[in-house]
Design a protein around this ligand. Structure first.
Ligand SMILES: Cc1cc2nc3c(=O)[nH]c(=O)nc-3n(C[C@H](O)[C@H](O)[C@H](O)COP(=O)(O)O)c2cc1C
Length: 148
């Protein structure tokens, strides 16, 4: 089975998930914003949080939307303002996931995000969702990814 972990990470939690899945045989593709996000957390909350609230599709740097080589695509997003992160809004808009087995890994401070899950259900009702609380700080929770 061929699997891809397609993800965004601003502060390393998504990278911890990527390392774990890479060791399990997944290919890994990290997306990057075309524009640098603010460095300070306060300004990230203002800008990224606000944009996530309006479901903004962040322009990406050199994004490769071709996932045709994979049967399974796992999409990883931090939770911003209760929603999917803006780079992952773009991934969902630009990537043809028809016929793929799709699952999501969300990572957040609280470990819950109903609105982000609703966003996913609206476009991919059959996708499994695993939600981890700060996996960089709690690597023991990465074992839950065996559900994928
Ligand atoms: C702009 C912004 C908004 C956030 N909003 C939430 C939120 O609504 N709920 C939550 O539990 N965590 C929130 N967080 C925390 C992140 O979701 C959490 O730290 C996540 O693990 C970060 O993943 P990353 O390190 O891969 O970027 C927010 C972080 C940022 C930067």
């Amino acid at each position: 089975m061929s699997g891809l972990f397609l993800y965004y990470s601003l502060s390393g939690n998504g990278d911890a998930v990527a390392e774990h899945l890479k060791a399990k045989g997944f290919d890994v593709r990290k997306v990057e914003s075309a524009k640098q996000p603010p460095k300070k957390f306060f300004f990230q909350i203002l800008q990224c949080g606000f944009n996530a609230g309006r479901r903004y599709c962040e322009p990406l740097k050199d994004y490769d939307p071709d996932v045709s080589a994979y049967e399974t695509v796992v999409i990883g997003s931090p939770v911003w303002n209760g929603r999917l992160s803006c780079p992952i809004n773009t991934v969902l808009k630009r990537t043809d996931l028809k016929g793929k087995r799709v699952a999501f890994v969300l990572y957040s401070g609280s470990g819950e995000a109903k609105k982000a899950e609703e966003q996913i259900r609206a476009v991919l009702p059959g996708a499994a969702i695993i939600h981890l609380q700060e996996p960089k700080k709690h690597p023991e929770t990465l074992g839950r990814l065996s559900e994928l």
